[in-house]
Structures are given as C-alpha cells and as structure tokens.
Write a protein that binds this ligand. Structure first.
Ligand code: FAD
Length: 429
C-alpha cells in the first residue's frame, strides 16, 4: 500500500480470533480474515444459545460478506449480518494505521452494506449475536414438475414472506424447498400446515438439531457431519468452481406463466440455479436508509441466479454466461423497477464498471442506484470525506462526491461529520 509516495505494508495476521467480550450480552469481535464457518464455529464453542444472522456457505469471508449485507437463514427474524454490527476497526487512507469507527457515524454507516472495499480495510467487526433456541428444525423437500413444482413455487411467493418469523430460511432452488425453523417440529408443522399445506411437509421430513448443526446443514453437509467441517477453508467444491451471479428483488408475485417460462429456461444448455430467499419479517421493519442496503419493506423475496463451471483445463464459460444473461433479460417484467435493484454481494459487472483511474459519480450512479437506491449519494459523500483521492478504487467502487460543508449539512439524514480518529489500535495489526 502506498501512501504519500511511501510504501507502507499493512499486514493483517491471519489469526482467527473471536472474542466473546460478554457472552451473556451476546457481543463478539470477529476479524475480517475469518470465514463464516469459523465465525459460527467459534460462537458455538462459547455459547449454545447464540447465533449470528449471516450467509449459508462456510467458506465465504467475513470481510466482504459482512460489509456487503449478508443474507442467511435468520434474515427474516434478525435482518442482515450488516444490521447487527456494533463497531468496527478500519484502516483507511488517511490514518493508514487504525481507526475505530463508532456506531451512528457516517463511515460506520457506509461500511454496513456499502461494501468495505471503497472505504478502507476493515480489520475487525464488533457484532451483536442473536439468541437461538436449543432446538432448530430443518427440512428439505424436492418437487418435480409432475409433483406440482410450478404451482408450489407460485404459492410459495405468496406465503414465504409472511410465514412465522421463527421460520427463517425457506429458500427455493427452483424445486428444492428448504427451511430452518427456530423451534421444534411440532410447532413448525402447525405453522406450515396452516399457511402452506400444499407443500405437504410431514413429521418424517423434519430434523431437529442445534443451531450450529443447522449451520452445517445449510452449508451443504446434510449427513450429520461434525461442526469441525465449518473450519475447512479448502472445501474442494468451491475452490475449483467458477461462479457468475445476477440478482433481483421481487415485489409482486410472478404469474404462473412466468414460472413456467423460468422452468423452461432451466432445461436449456448451460443452465445454472436460482436461489430465492423470502424477506418480510424483520427486513420489512428496517428503514431503507438505516444502512446502505435499501431493499426492505415491499420486497417479497430476493433472487440470486447463478451459473457455475469448472476449470478442467478448457475455458468454457460462454454457454453459461449466455444462459444467465438471457435469464436475467427474461426476468425483467417480474423484477423490481426504477431502478431494477441488485444485491451488492452478488456483484455483477454487467451492470457497468469504473474506468481505470477515473470514477465519475454520474457514471457510477448507473449501477450504484441499483445496489443502494437513494443511499448511493450519501455513500459517495462519505467516500469524498474519507478517501477524496479515490485510493480505494475498484471496478465498482463508490466514487468520491465532494460537497462544500453547507450543501453537505443541508442534506437530510446526516448525523454529523466523521468523528476525530481515536489513537491507533495497534494490537489488531
Ligand atoms: C459459494 C458462495 C456462497 C455464498 N452465499 C451467500 C449467502 O448465503 N448469502 C449472501 O448474502 N451472500 C452469499 N455469497 C456472496 C458473498 O457474500 C460475496 O461474494 C462476498 O463478497 C464474499 O466476501 P469474501 O470476503 O469472501 O470475498 P472477497 O472476494 O475476498 O471480497 C469481496 C469484496 O469485499 C472486499 N473485502 C474483503 N475483505 C475486506 C476487508 N477486510 N475490508 C474491506 N473490504 C474487504 C474485497 O475487496 C471485495 O471487493 C456467496 C458467495 C459464494 C461464492
């Protein structure tokens, strides 16, 4: 890293340390170099009645995932990972050594869903853990076309965002319905029997387990693997696969004919998969401007459409890229509009990108508004304050928008200037 013409190497030791500063109050510090699997594992090591609402895949890094939002099985109950931050330690371009960012300030606001990479290097996060009961019930049901998959998907979108909030992660991968319920199977069957009887969930479909076992289950290990598997950073499936994703948010139910068209596209060459996470619950209670992630009330579910291919020596992504772009175009009438919103953690360079060394606010607005809606301007102003020279530049980084003090303070929603940095916190480096 070069600052003022001087080269300064910033080394973050790859030690994963999760300090439960006060287990009963459910507070932990986690370093950005940790993976989600390590975070979940260390929480479970210290407490059986706490969890953290973040994503499914255990090899995903805390650094990018948490600063971009973080959707997981607990999203309807507790919101995003980024809704549960209390503080952070960050190395920025001005200080280059360390700065604690306090809650309520603009920079702290920006890195909770605005993506850390535009603002500095986040060294660690202070997170609010969430209570989980001793028993979590999960199920996964596969439904084929003949078993009424399309009708079920159609019904799912009407009920999934309204299900009991304890039912947090019903997620459809076209015709795979999987769910995590914070409680025992009897209660789950009662709720789902009322709201979605067509799915036909039975006692035998349900498995009761602890929250940490459910994290193992949703990481894809469904055969009772030990929780230590969450510590495996080199999980071979993900390390040898290439992924391209595109995201959408759905506000109005997709008509049956739309689902039929989606289904047909999955029979084409190069087809990938589609993950759908219902929103509602806590997500509908948080204001769009609370943190940069604006996709809240009114969204029924989000979609992450993915294609993957393996590098077997032959580079053949074309048919997959072609498929996902066609699918994205097919989804236009069913997706949110003005703007057609997108999820930062499913970064899509097809939406546009910065030119090397030149990031203009008006150009970046094209994709910035999709990710952040009206929060984009505030992100650009914060960027203008903490990194006016755009040191932390990348293909879709936030451009600096530099306003004079008067104009800035007249903007609604600002809570004051970035606070004076505290002394460097060297022990994190
Ligand atoms: C297999 C797989 C499963 C996924 N599952 C989910 C899911 O369930 N829910 C969900 O919401 N998302 C999910 N995602 C998306 C995931 O959240 C994003 O890809 C996220 O950006 C990954 O962060 P990373 O740190 O692992 O990746 P990286 O590629 O290392 O980082 C992503 C971005 O964050 C920046 N960054 C990383 N660390 C820091 C830091 N310390 N300080 C500042 N900036 C930093 C990087 O510069 C980069 O711009 C999944 C992705 C994959 C590949």
């Amino acid at each position: 890293m070069e600052i003022d013409g001087e080269s300064k190497i910033i080394g973050i030791r790859a030690i994963v340390l999760i300090t439960m500063s006060d287990t009963d109050r459910g507070i932990a510090w986690v370093r950005s170099v940790a993976t989600l699997g390590e975070l979940y594992y260390r929480i479970a090591e210290k407490s059986s009645h706490h969890g953290f609402p973040a994503g499914f895949c255990h090899t995903v890094g805390v650094g990018g995932h948490l600063s971009g939002g973080g959707v997981g099985t607990l999203v309807r109950k507790y919101g995003l990972a980024a809704d549960n931050f209390l503080d952070a330690t960050l190395v920025d371009q001005r200080e280059a050594v360390g700065q604690r960012v306090h809650g309520g300030e603009d920079l702290f606001w920006a890195i909770r869903g605005g993506g850390g990479a535009s603002f500095g290097i986040i060294v660690s996060w202070k997170v609010r853990l969430v209570p989980v009961p001793p028993t979590v019930t999960v199920f996964t049901l596969h439904r084929t076309l003949e078993q009424g998959a399309i009708e079920l998907l159609n019904k799912w979108q009407y009920v999934a965002h309204k299900l009991h909030e304890e039912q947090c992660g019903e997620k459809g991968v076209v015709a795979v319905f999987s769910s995590s319920f914070l409680g025992g199977y009897a209660e789950l069957l009662q709720h789902i029997g009322k709201s979605f009887p067509e799915l036909g969930v039975k006692r035998n479909d349900c498995r009761e387990m602890s929250w940490i076992q459910s994290a193992v289950y949703f990481a894809g290990f469904t055969n009772g693997e030990p929780k230590e598997i969450l510590l495996d950073r080199d999980f071979s499936f993900y390390s040898k696969v290439f992924l391209k994703g595109k995201s959408d948010f759905v506000k109005d139910p997709i008509p049956l004919s739309g689902w039929e068209g989606i289904w047909r596209r999955f029979t084409a060459q190069g087809a990938g998969f589609m993950l759908m996470d219902p929103f509602g619950g806590r997500m509908g209670e948080i204001l769009e401007s609370e943190i940069p992630f604006p996709h809240r009330r009114g969204n029924l579910f989000n979609i992450e459409c993915m294609v993957s291919w393996r590098d077997s020596g032959v580079w053949t992504p074309e048919k997959h890229l072609d498929w996902i772009r066609r699918m994205h175009s097919y989804m236009r009438p069913y997706a949110s509009k003005h703007p057609r919103a997108a999820y930062l953690n499913c970064r899509d360079l097809d939406l546009g990108k910065n030119e090397e060394g030149n990031t203009s606010y008006s150009t970046a607005k094209v994709w910035g508004r999709k990710y952040f809606k009206n929060n984009f301007k505030r992100l650009a102003i914060v960027k203008g304050e903490v990194d006016p020279e755009d040191f932390f530049w990348s293909e879709q980084s936030i451009p600096p928008l530099i306003l004079d003090k008067e104009r800035r303070s007249s903007l609604i929603g600002f809570k004051g200037l970035i606070s004076k940095p505290e002394p460097p916190i060297k022990h994190f480096l």
